[in-house]
Design a protein around this ligand. Structure first.
Ligand code: 3PG
Ligand code: MG
Length: 319
């Protein structure tokens, strides 16, 4: 592999600045799904075992460059402590002296990197500041690595760097799936936005045999076909891009699958009334919230014939 892992680094006595994705769903102040937190445990454990101190950098939600109390990583601290099985020191304003003053096996969690507008701007000053906090940079945030921010891209250029265990696992799996995969290859892409995944889609259609598009992203493709989607989440200004991806897919002989039937609701709320109908029947005042049974049956056939399956993003929209 052309990148380094924790095994290539001398961690003893070092402060390892570790970018993680612990952007977890919360309800009433409690984490409702701790998967992302549990997934970073091997990296934390291995850094500690190598004699390094762990300083975790992460974003939480989209606070748009200013502090938002409900998006403080302080709220995630208890779940993080439970997952790593040790106390975690929270730092609202991290500084190297305070980190150095902690015991050698400390785990530090730094406040939401997106509380500063400099993070998403990939500001070189912020990257330099972050770099000053540690000796080694470890990126374990695969699911945030498509964003060139100060804590993901900027800082990595300034320090000896490596992939964390989760990043390693994801990159290996991706390489196995896209390098010389067993065919047919089926990719499932969901999530809300086409705009953040255009390059991914344009690239995928040249590599996979079937591309299943679901979630909010499917609505954008439906709009591009002239199908009305009512109040559904859709990026109407991305219609031409969606058509371009379809053309690319056709040239590459990749079959795109969009929902043929849908589940709609009039409110995005647990327990709300839903109706199932054909894709082109979505009422103007309703929103598409899931694929219908005919779509599921079609996808089951596609999946049954697949030898390799790649999946990114939820098929039903999330908040
Ligand atoms: C996610 O939850 O998808 C990641 O944490 C990235 O978050 P973002 O889409 O706000 O950059
Ligand atoms: Mg994401």
């Amino acid at each position: 592999m052309p990148w380094k892992t924790l095994d290539d680094m001398d961690l003893a006595g070092k402060v390892v600045l570790t970018r993680v994705d612990i952007n977890v769903p919360m309800e009433n102040g409690a984490v409702t799904d701790a998967t992302r937190i549990e997934k970073i445990v091997p990296t934390v454990t291995d850094i500690l075992a190598g004699g390094g101190k762990v300083v975790l950098l992460a974003h939480f939600g989209r606070p748009k460059g200013k502090p938002v109390p409900e998006m403080s990583l302080r709220l995630v601290q208890p779940a993080l402590e439970a997952a790593v099985g040790r106390p975690v020191t929270f730092m609202e304003r991290p500084d190297r002296a305070a980190i150095d003053a902690l015991p050698g096996d400390a785990v530090v969690l730094v406040e939401n990197t997106r509380f500063s507008p400099l993070e998403e701007a990939n500001d070189p000053g912020m990257a330099r500041f972050l770099a000053s906090l540690g000796d080694i940079y470890c990126n374990d945030a695969f699911s945030a690595a498509h964003r060139a921010h100060a804590s993901t891209e900027g800082v990595a250029r300034l320090m000896p760097n490596c992939a964390g265990r989760l990043m390693e696992e994801e990159l290996r799996a991706l390489d196995a799936a896209l390098g010389k995969p067993e065919r047919p290859v089926v990719a499932v892409v969901g999530g809300a936005k086409v705009s953040t995944k255009i390059e991914l889609l344009a690239n995928l259609v040249t590599k996979v045999d079937h591309l299943v598009i679901g979630g909010g992203m499917a609505n954008t493709f439906l709009v591009a076909e002239g199908i009305e989607v009512g109040k559904s989440l859709a990026e109407r200004d991305m219609a031409e891009t969606a058509r371009e991806i379809r053309r690319k897919a056709q040239t590459a002989e990749c079959r795109i699958h969009l929902p043929v039937d849908i589940v709609v609701a009039w409110e995005f709320k647990a327990g709300t009334a839903t109706e199932t109908m054909d894709t082109d029947d979505c009422p103007m005042d309703a929103m598409i919230l899931d694929a219908g049974p005919k779509t599921v049956a079609e996808l089951e056939t596609v999946f049954a014939g697949a030898r390799t399956l790649i999946w990114n993003g939820p098929l039903a929209p999330s908040k």
